[in-house]
Write a protein that binds this ligand. Structure first.
Ligand code: ADP
Length: 450
C-alpha cells in the first residue's frame, strides 16, 4: 500500500480523497494555488505545496509544478480527483514516467474514452448499445446530409473533443444542417483545438442514466448499479439519485452486467462511469468517464462501498474488495449540488462565507470544503457543497433531504439551496417523473399547478 498520496485537486473532492487516504492510514500532500492558501484541503493535509497563481492553467493544470511537488514531498502516488487533469492521458503517462503511482485507469483507456468518436467505436466493439448516428467523424456536408436523412431529424452535431456539456448543436431540420455544422466545427476548434465532429440522433425526451463500474486491470470488473442524473441545466447535472426511479431490478442487473462484462474485456482498471440516455426502456451509450464522478456518493450510500478507498486499493495492485454477488444495493440516496450561484439567474456568486452550518443526523452526509470565514474564490467551479442523504425508500430520502436543506446555513453568499428546496416539493420530482428536458422547462415556466 502507498505511504503518501499527493492530491492534484482542490475543494470538496480534495477533501474527499484526503479522508479516504487517512482512513487507510496514508499520509496526504495537498497542492494549491495562491488563491487557495487557506483552503480546507490545505489545512487538513499532512503537507501542502503551492503550485502557482490563481488561474487553473498556471496551478491545478500545471503539470511540471505538480510533478515537482510530488518529487519534493516524496509522494508514492497521485490522485487527480475529477476535472482538471483527471482525464488527461498525457499527465497519467508523465506520472508513470516519474515512477509515481497513478490512481486512475491506463492512459490508453483514458485516451480512448476521451475522444468521443473513439469511445463510441469502443463501446460498439464491446457490445454496448449506441445512439444511432454517424459511423465516426463526418467530414463533408454531403456525408452529414446522408447520415442525418438516414437517422432522421432532429440530429445533434457533437464535438469529438467536447465535454462538460459543451460542444453540441441541435439541428431541427435539413435546412439548418449546413450552418449548424459550420458553427459546431468552428466552436469546437476554438474551445478544444480540434474541429472533429460527428452526428447523433437527438433524443427528444430521454433520461440520463449512468452505471458505476470498477475494474482491477486484470480482467475482473463489477458494476455498482446506476445513478439517475436527468435533472440538468445546460447539460450540467444539478441533482442525482440512486437507484433510478424508472429502472426495474431486472433491467438494472442486465445493463449492469453488460457494462461489467465490457470493462472486464477491456481490462479496465479503477473507477469508471458509463453514461447512457434512456428512452422508452432502451439504453443508448453516450460516453464513458474514466475517473471518479461528482455524484459518486449516491452510489456509496446505497452500496456501502467507499469508492475512493477502492480506487486507491486497485491502484496499489490489490484485488477488488467485492465480487459482483457481494454487491448489495440498499435503500435510496439523493445528492443536491449546492453551487455558489444566484438561485434564479445562476450567475456565479463567490465571496465571503460569514457563517456555515452543516446539517446532520441519521442518513445525512455533506461533502464540502466550506467553513465560516472562508472566502469562495472566483477562479474555479462554483460547486461549494454536496448534500447527500440516504433513506430506506425514495420518499424517506426526499423528506430527509427537505429537512437537511432546511438545516443548512450558508450565509454571506448566494447559493442554489432555494432551488433544491423548491424541487423537493415539486409533484413531478416527488413522482420521479422527469427527463433531461424537465428542469429547464420548469425553470422557464415555473412550478406545475397541482
Ligand atoms: P459531456 O461530455 O459534455 O457531458 P455528453 O455526451 O455526456 O457530453 O452529454 C451531456 C448531456 O447532453 C447528456 O446528459 C444529455 O442531457 C445531452 N445529450 C447528449 N447526447 C444527446 C442526444 N443524442 N440526444 C439528446 N440529448 C443528448
Amino acid at each position: 500500500m502507498f505511504g503518501k498520496i499527493l492530491i492534484a485537486n482542490r475543494g470538496e473532492i480534495a477533501l474527499r480523497v484526503h479522508r479516504a487516504a487517512h482512513d487507510l492510514g496514508i499520509r496526504t500532500v495537498a497542492v494549491h494555488s495562491t488563491a487557495d492558501a487557506s483552503a480546507k484541503h490545505v489545512k487538513l493535509a499532512d503537507e501542502a505545496i503551492c503550485i502557482g497563481p490563481p488561474p487553473a492553467r498556471d496551478s491545478y493544470l500545471n503539470i511540471p509544478n505538480i510533478i515537482a511537488a510530488a518529487e519534493i514531498s516524496n509522494a508514492d502516488a497521485i490522485h487527480p480527483g475529477y476535472g482538471f487533469l483527471s482525464e488527461n492521458a498525457r499527465f497519467a503517462e508523465i506520472v508513470a514516467e516519474h515512477r509515481i503511482g497513478w490512481i486512475g485507469p491506463e492512459p490508453a483507456h483514458i485516451r480512448m474514452m476521451g475522444d468521443k468518436v473513439e469511445a463510441k467505436r469502443a463501446a460498439a466493439r464491446l457490445g454496448l448499445p449506441l445512439v444511432p448516428g454517424s459511423d465516426g467523424p463526418v467530414t463533408s456536408l454531403a456525408e452529414a446530409r446522408r447520415v442525418a436523412a438516414d437517422i432522421g431529424y432532429p440530429v445533434l452535431v457533437k464535438a469529438a473533443a467536447g465535454g462538460g456539456g459543451r460542444g453540441m448543436k441541435v439541428v431541427p431540420t435539413a435546412d439548418d444542417l449546413e450552418t449548424a455544422l459550420a458553427q459546431a466545427r468552428s466552436e469546437a476548434k476554438a474551445a478544444f483545438g480540434d474541429d472533429t465532429v460527428y452526428l447523433e440522433k437527438y433524443l427528444l425526451n430521454p433520461r440520463h442514466i449512468e452505471f458505476q463500474i470498477f475494474g482491477d486491470g486484470r480482467g475482473n470488473a463489477i458494476h455498482l448499479g446506476e445513478r439517475d442524473c436527468s435533472l440538468q441545466r445546460r447539460h450540467q447535472k444539478v441533482l442525482e439519485e440512486a437507484p433510478s426511479p424508472v429502472l426495474s431490478e431486472a433491467d438494472r442487473q442486465a445493463m449492469g452486467a453488460r457494462c461489467a462484462t465490457a470493462m472486464a474485456e477491456l481490462g479496465y482498471r479503477g473507477a469508471g462511469t458509463i453514461e447512457f440516455l434512456w428512452e422508452d426502456g432502451a439504453f443508448y451509450f453516450i460516453e464513458m468517464n474514466t475517473r471518479l464522478q461528482v455524484e459518486h456518493p449516491v452510489t456509496e450510500m446505497v452500496t456501502g462501498l467507499d469508492l475512493v478507498r477502492e480506487q486507491i486499493r486497485v491502484a496499489a495492485g490489490l484485488p477488488l474488495s467485492m465480487r459482483q454477488e457481494e454487491v448489495r444495493m440498499n435503500g435510496h440516496a439523493i445528492e443536491c449540488r449546492i453551487n455558489a450561484e444566484d438561485p434564479e439567474t445562476f450567475a456565479p456568486a463567490p465571496g465571503l462565507v460569514t457563517e456555515f452550518h452543516a446539517p446532520g443526523g441519521m442518513g445525512v452526509r455533506i461533502d464540502s470544503a466550506l467553513y465560516s470565514g472562508y472566502r469562495v474564490p472566483p477562479h474555479y467551479d462554483s460547486l461549494v457543497a454536496k448534500l447527500i442523504v440516504w433513506g430506506a425508500t425514495r420518499e424517506e430520502a426526499r423528506m430527509r433531504m427537505r429537512r437537511a436543506l432546511e438545516e443548512t446555513v450558508i450565509s454571506g453568499i448566494r447559493t442554489t439551496i432555494p432551488l433544491h428546496q423548491r424541487l423537493m416539493a415539486e409533484p413531478d420530482f416527488i413522482a420521479g417523473d422527469y427527463s433531461i428536458k424537465w428542469l429547464e422547462a420548469w425553470l422557464r415556466e415555473g412550478p406545475s399547478a397541482s
